[in-house]
Every structure is written in C-alpha cells, then in structure tokens.
Write a protein that binds this ligand. Sequence first.
Ligand code: PLP
Length: 282
Amino acid sequence: MNEQRSVAVWRDGAAVTVPAHQPVVTAFDLGLGRGDGIFESVAVVAGRTPHLAAHLTRLTRSAALLGLPAPGDQAWMEMVAAVLADWPAALEGVCRLFLTRGLGDGTPPTALALLAPVPADTLRQRAEGISVATLGLGVPADFRAGAPWLLGGAKTLSYAVNMAAQRHAHDLGADDVVFTSLEGRLLEGPTSTVVWAAGGTLHTPPVETGILPGTTQARLFTAAAADGWPTSVTPGTVDDLHAADAVWLLSGVRGAAVVHTVDGVRRGDGDLSRRVRELLAR
Ligand code: PLP
C-alpha cells in the first residue's frame, strides 16, 4: 500500500498539519458516533485541485442543510494548501474534506482535510469501465423534495447504506450500483451521478429526487452544451439505460466510468466516451 498521506485540521483559526497516523478527533465526536457531518472528495491532479470551488459551493450548501456552522472557503483553501504542500505532482490523489458537528451543544465543528493516493481499483474502473447492479432505495422519486429531514442533496457522512449497496453489488458480481426509486426511476450511484446518451442528447435524473447534485455532471453538461451536444434533465428508468447509446457513472475522482454491463446485460458506449472525457478535460 502506498503510505503517502497527509492531514490538516482547523484549530484556533488556522490550518495545522498533523502526522497522518495521529488521531485528530476525540472519541466523542458526533461525526464518529452519529455520522453527523458532511464531506467532499476532491480530485488532486498534477498537485492541484482544479475543481475545488464547485466542491466548496456544495459543501457550504450541505452545511446549511444540516445546520452546521461552516468554517468558510478561506479556511478550507488553507487546509487544502496544507495537505498539498509536500504532495508529489506525479501522484494522483483524493483530498477529502470533513466537517462534523464536533462535540455538539454549540461547540466548534470539527473540520479537517486529508489527502491520499487514488485507490488502484478506482483507476482500473476509470480505464476499463464498470458493471452495475440496479438496486431499489425504497423511496418514491418525489418524496425527499418535501422531506428536509432526509437531507436529500446533502453529502452527509452517513454513507453506510451506500457502502453496503456497493458490497451487495460486489456479491452479485458487479462493480457498482445505480439506485432506483420505489416506482423504478433512476436516482444515482452510491458515489456517482448517472448520465446516459440517447437520441443525440445527454441525460441525467432530476435533483428533485433527492440525489446529490454532481459537480462532474454539471461540468460535463456545461461543456457539452457549449460544444453543441444537447443536455437534458430526464426522469429515466432502468429500461432507458438498456436502450441508451452509452451510460456513465460520473464522479470527481473516478471521472466518467463507462458502464459496460447493467444487471448482467452487456452494452456498448456508441464510441462516445472519448468525447465525454475530452469535454471533462477542458
Ligand atoms: N452522488 C453521490 C451520492 C456521490 O457521493 C457523488 C460523489 O461523491 C456523486 C453523486 C458525484 O459527485 P461529484 O461529481 O461532485 O464527485
């Protein structure tokens, strides 16, 4: 395992670098005990974080949805700079930003940044594509829009269900998951946004379903529209994935992972992945 890692915490108004093996939260931190917090995963490429701003915007929105006092963009940028300080430019990394409710009762939140190499599996899936299993999430597609306590659209630390879904997919022989609503509408992956190409248009499900607004999907759709490739927010179904010219799961670190198999059924990519990657690289 590559041991290159770095950690910075926000203490008394400053970013403090700490050795990666050193504990940085107390056992009573509510992020640990309740998953009561939020995070972001930011790609580090050539020693830089080209898309940090979009992640900070989403982090601020997640914090507001949870009623967490956010330390502000400047604090995050200082923590990111601290973990990047000795990072080798040739090593692609994933920088995670965590904000938890700390000890609660109005005490300061816990804010920290950590940086580690991109896992080999992620790089392999980006290069080779992925098989997905579609799994029901058990909520109607329109339910979370009117249920703020379910924290739709917030990137919370409560990812146990997302991780369990991925383990379940692995048990089924698949790499990843596409969640569906109670009535069979497409939602998102446990760590990614679903995008499919059909009828000369790029499609993605509506955020009103409670899915996370993907920064990579937003970047792709902006670049595609500027390039003359129409985009649409579409309430799709699993049948739409089978019928599509191409399907990708998009996320900041893995990028556009082409879906070559849906529920055991092989599918192509219509030779469109190269254009998607080229648009994301702009
Ligand atoms: N949806 C979920 C649930 C996620 O966890 C992620 C990524 O972290 C995404 C979508 C994709 O978001 P982004 O493209 O900003 O990485």
